[in-house]
Design a protein around this ligand. Structure first.
Ligand SMILES: NC(=O)c1ccc[n+]([C@@H]2O[C@H](COP(=O)([O-])OP(=O)(O)OC[C@H]3O[C@@H](n4cnc5c(N)ncnc54)[C@H](OP(=O)(O)O)[C@@H]3O)[C@@H](O)[C@H]2O)c1
Length: 261
């Protein structure tokens, strides 16, 4: 008996406009290049324009229909408004929004978490995603379709003392994902990915012993993830192979978390 033909392996994004926040490095850069390779118009947004320009060049070389670098501090409401305005001016539409920008500063103890740090963590990981999703989601709904992907964290369901404000923000992002899926359907789908520990700048500062313990004993796959290992899931959740999936929260963590997603 012959096996059925394998499903088309790659999602096509030709004609789609994809905005990736935090697209200049790490997971965001990997996803931006993944969309570029599938023919999307890719908007690379982060605080540092030069870094976005460099990734936009890579995206163009990878096959993007167009690659647009834009500076945006997602923790600032007016920057979010400006980002959406510029994308609509330059590209005419938004089909996919990936709320990936995030940060998790280390702190010695809870007492060292001052108001500025707490506010910044909430602003970058949660408030920006709220504002961008509301603006882009409204536009997608009017246009008759679109998808939003929030990059959360396994910390949302398995919080540790070393990153508690961040875990709180990412738990909020999970709640936002489900709430927006209900609010923006049926035209717009909203999903999230909870990465475990990936090798990026965000984890480069972790103590060696902590990384060794994590990958040596806690992660069933016995290593940290590589940025490229998030791309297929992002394409799936924002593309045509997941048309009955919304409000879903997928963990990609090498098996780290015990808690169900
Ligand atoms: N790596 C992990 O192990 C891991 C685990 C769980 C979840 N995550 C989540 O995955 C996402 C990406 O993480 P990553 O590891 O790729 O991080 P990363 O390598 O540190 O990159 C962070 C990206 O976000 C941008 N960014 C930071 N603050 C920003 C702001 N205020 N406004 C706009 N852009 C901002 C950075 O660019 P600029 O500096 O130019 O702004 C950069 O492009 C984050 O949401 C993170 O919480 C990562």
């Amino acid at each position: 008996m012959t096996s059925p033909a394998p499903a088309e392996p790659s999602e096509g994004f030709a004609g789609r406009v994809v905005v990736v926040t935090g697209g200049s490095r790490g997971l965001g850069r990997a996803m931006a290049l993944g969309y570029a390779a599938r023919g999307a118009t890719v908007v690379v947004a982060s605080r540092k324009l030069a870094a976005c320009e460099a990734v936009a060049q890579e995206a163009a070389a990878a096959g993007a229909a167009k690659a647009l670098p834009l500076a945006c501090h997602v923790g600032r409401w007016q920057d979010c408004d400006q980002l959406v305005r510029r994308v609509l001016e330059e590209c005419g539409r938004i089909d996919v929004l990936v709320n990936n920008a995030g940060m998790s500063p280390l702190y010695p103890s809870f007492a060292d978490v001052d108001e500025a740090l707490f506010d910044k963590v909430l602003e970058v990981n949660l408030k920006g995603a709220w504002r961008l999703s509301v603006l882009a989601g409204d536009r997608m709904k009017q246009a008759g379709g679109g998808t939003i992907l929030n990059i959360s964290s396994i910390a949302a369901v398995q919080p540790t003392a070393r990153e508690l404000p961040y875990a709180v923000a990412k738990a909020g992002l999970n709640t936002l994902t489900v709430g927006l899926a209900h609010a923006l359907g049926p035209e717009v789908r909203v999903n999230a990915i909870m990465p475990g520990a990936f090798q990026t700048d965000a984890t480069a500062g972790w103590p060696e012993a902590a990384v060794a313990e994590l990958s040596g004993t806690q992660v069933p796959l016995r290593r940290l993830g590589k940025a490229g290992e998030i791309v297929a899931a992002a394409l799936h959740l924002t593309g045509e192979s997941s048309t009955y999936t919304t409000g879903a929260i997928l963990k990609i963590d090498g098996g780290l978390a015990w808690a169900p997603a």
